[in-house]
Design a protein around this ligand. Structure first.
Ligand code: PLP
Length: 708
């Protein structure tokens, strides 16, 4: 390993393994701190923009050579493991892997192909599958337009400002077929063929392939087809979904990969099922219904929301126009194909729902928490009218988060010392977490103070930037003092998540946050969908209240919530608020990221919290009851929220021993880690998918396919 430093560093950037290795990220940070942040912490950009002489100088000053050698050696070991959980438990998937389809992947803030929770979950799934060594290949779209930045105007209304990026700044390479040639696929769209090139990005041991319509063969319009995630109208949407499902399946074939399982993460990729079947009809002369049965046997479907608007509904005509080529390929009348996506197949005017197609044509469907499983069975009972609700074939696998991505380096060190150097490999074992008892709570508390100070600095500087841009008076700037109990609320701003629940009683809120002995900081962050007026109004109201003399010192809103802001909040915050109108939060994962970083979860008993809260490992808002009248429900939950904060959270946080440590609070923190960390992580989630979904689906589909 004697090639020049630049080349070594380049090599490190080419596998997103670095996204969950803080010591590797630190190499690039130490090259040039300012540039690092300017480049959105993108190592490839840091490297591209750094001056060679300056790099030489820094290499000598901060020992970059040795650190890069060491990281490369570790990466190499990681990519060539002696054994893995996956080899032992899922070796049969090696010849025919799992294909994991999703419309977005949130892996790092510098890879602009995600929008929110769904994408970040998909990213964590890939990282978990990589650590476990699962034979899995992921399929998504490359959105050329990149992110938009949330920018508030003087009236605090959200604008979405485009933030273009250079493709050279992504560590992607053309995906190659077995002969070493770049791969193109085409998909039939009304009146034309759309072409896509196929890229590849490495996430540890996992390949993620991304389809890109920016190729010369396409019209300008088609080049922009996949420009924007969830952009455009319904026509653009169905075409993006065809590209993902049909184009994605064809890309896998072109790469020489025959999956035994399709895992469709949300309904956007449901057309993949039809393409699987169509291919078998065309290539192997299978009977269409037999082919659909085979594809269904191999398909695992995860649904992510009980909110009606979260499921696409394509008008019958639009769907017919777009699915005709698939129907032709299947040798089926178009009405039969459309029927697969209708709640009532006989109703020829009814819209086509990809979710319905995926539910009808999958071997296993699941929601993302135990409660969401119940809610989904109820929601989709209409598809199986002669079955009882408990016999509806929808189960659940509760989401989990990728520990190494979200855990602070400081706490990781503490755990390495007390739980063992390789503790993360045993994260799913409850007995590992019993060893937390050996850790003095004061030690966790001290680390938490360091993390909190860092987070508060970031928050303060972001808010200062925004206030100066908007010409807001300096006295409106919050203190952000780290001694004060600090509670976070960061998520998409949409009415059902109730970001404004605390604002239902401003006098009470005033007394809560401005208590002279026991003050409270509240940090808000979050964006609304560009088309969500009501969501944007809530942002506006929250930021207006942040300027109120009663609240300006204590309540702040941080612009542009993303993976970077999120990671900092999860690590530094004392407690986290989650206030959905039950049962509309399918799972929620941000609270899991807070828990592993020594914060406490304060939440409505919805999503994962309904199966996680044991009375002493966090705090519950409400008692799980649902009232038919929304206004009454909100009023009750607000009352409960205030009481929990006033009577439990605040007193417990400020009750200190002689050394200033909040013993009762820290006992709860430890209990929260001990009872939750082993369950709500990506390893456990992926293991559940392997055992309960992938292996049975692989056996079922392989019974029908010709041998490999
Ligand atoms: C984890 C995460 C989410 C999803 O969390 P929810 O609790 O479902 O809102 C959304 N955005 C970011 C940036 C995250 O890190």
């Amino acid at each position: 390993m004697s090639y020049p430093l630049q080349q070594k560093l380049q090599k490190l950037t080419q596998n997103l393994w670095w996204t969950w290795r803080p010591e590797v990220r630190a190499i690039f940070r130490d090259i040039d701190l300012e540039q690092y942040h300017k480049a959105h912490r993108n190592p490839l950009r840091v490297l591209r923009e750094v001056d060679a002489a300056f790099l030489e100088q820094r290499a000598a000053e901060v020992d970059i050579q040795t650190r890069a050698d060491r990281a490369l050696r570790q990466l190499n070991e990681y990519l060539n493991p002696v054994t893995t959980w996956g080899l032992v438990h899922a070796g049969t998937l090696q010849s025919r892997p799992v294909a994991y389809f999703c419309a977005e992947f949130g892996i790092h803030e510098s890879i602009p192909i995600y929008s929110g929770g769904l994408g970040i979950l998909a990213g964590d799934h890939l990282k978990g599958a990589s650590n476990l060594g699962i034979p899995l290949i992921a399929v998504g779209l490359l959105y050329r337009q990149g992110y938009t930045t949330q920018v508030l105007d003087a009236s605090f209304w959200q604008h979405d400002v485009k933030e273009p990026y250079e493709i050279e700044d992504l560590p992607i390479v053309p995906a190659l077929d077995p002969e070493g040639n770049p791969v193109h696929v085409t998909v039939e769209m009304p009146g034309r063929l759309v072409c896509a090139t196929v890229w590849e990005i490495k996430v540890g041991r996992i390949r993620l392939i991304l389809l890109d319509t920016r190729c010369e063969a396409n019209s300008e319009e088609d080049q922009a087809l996949a420009a924007q995630l969830y952009g455009g109208d319904q026509r653009m949407r169905i075409q993006q979904e065809l590209l993902l499902g049909v184009g994605g399946s064809r890309a896998l074939r072109a790469l020489g990969i025959t999956p035994s399982v399709y895992h469709l993460n949300e309904g956007h990729s449901a057309f993949a099922i039809l393409e699987w079947a169509r291919h078998r009809v065309q290539t192997d002369g299978l009977d269409p219904w037999k082919a659909i049965k085979e594809a269904s046997a191999g398909t695992v479907f995860t649904t992510h929301t009980p909110v009606e608007a979260g499921h696409d509904r394509f008008p019958a005509e639009l769907a017919a126009e777009h699915l005709q080529p698939l129907a032709d390929g299947l040798n089926l009348p178009i009405q039969d194909v459309l029927g697969l996506g209708r709640i009532n197949p006989a109703d020829s005017g009814a819209p086509f729902l990809p979710t319905v197609l995926a539910l009808k044509c999958s071997r296993r469907a699941n929601g993302v928490s135990a409660l969401h499983g119940v809610v989904s069975r109820n929601m989709w009972q209409c598809l199986w009218p002669d079955r009882k609700e408990e016999d509806i074939p929808i189960g659940h696998i509760t989401n989990g988060v990728h520990t190494a991505t979200w855990l602070s380096a400081e706490l990781n060190k503490l755990f390495q010392y007390h739980l063992g150097a390789n503790w993360m490999e045993s994260i799913v074992r409850p007995d590992l977490w019993m060893r937390l008892e050996n850790i003095d709570p004061a030690e966790i508390w001290e680390i938490k103070q360091v993390l909190k100070a860092r987070t508060m600095r970031l928050v303060k500087s972001r808010v200062a930037e925004m206030y100066s841009r908007l010409d807001l008076p300096e006295e409106n700037l919050p203190a952000c003092d780290p001694e004060v109990l600090t509670i976070g609320f960061a998520r998409r701003f949409v009415p059902y998540k109730r970001p404004d629940l605390l604002f239902t009683d401003l006098d009470r809120l005033d007394r809560l946050v401005n208590n002279p002995e026991r003050p409270v900081n509240i940090i808000f962050a979050g964006r609304s969908h560009p088309a969500d007026g009501p969501g944007k109004s809530i942002i506006q109201r929250v930021v207006q209240l942040c300027q109120d003399p009663r609240f300006r010192n204590r309540i702040v809103f941080v612009e542009n919530y993303n993976i970077h802001i999120g990671r900092n909040l999860y690590q530094g915050i004392d407690a986290w608020l989650n206030l959905p109108r039950r049962p509309l939060e399918a799972c929620g994962t941000s609270g899991m990221k807070v828990v592993m970083n020594g914060g406490l979860h304060i939440s409505v008993l919805d999503g994962w919290w309904a199966e996680a809260y044991d009375g002493e490992n966090g705090f519950a808002v409400g008692n799980g009851e649902i009232h038919a009248d929304q206004a009454i429900q909100d009023q009750r939950d607000a009352e409960s929220l205030f009481r929990v904060l006033e009577e439990q959270v605040v007193p417990m946080y400020y009750e200190r021993d002689r050394d200033g440590v909040p013993r009762r609070w820290m006992a709860r923190v430890k209990r929260s880690m001990r009872t939750l960390a082993w369950r709500f992580n990506a390893d456990r989630m992926v293991m559940d998918y392997v055992r309960n979904c992938y292996l049975p689906a692989a056996v079922a589909s392989s019974c029908q396919m010709p041998p490999p």
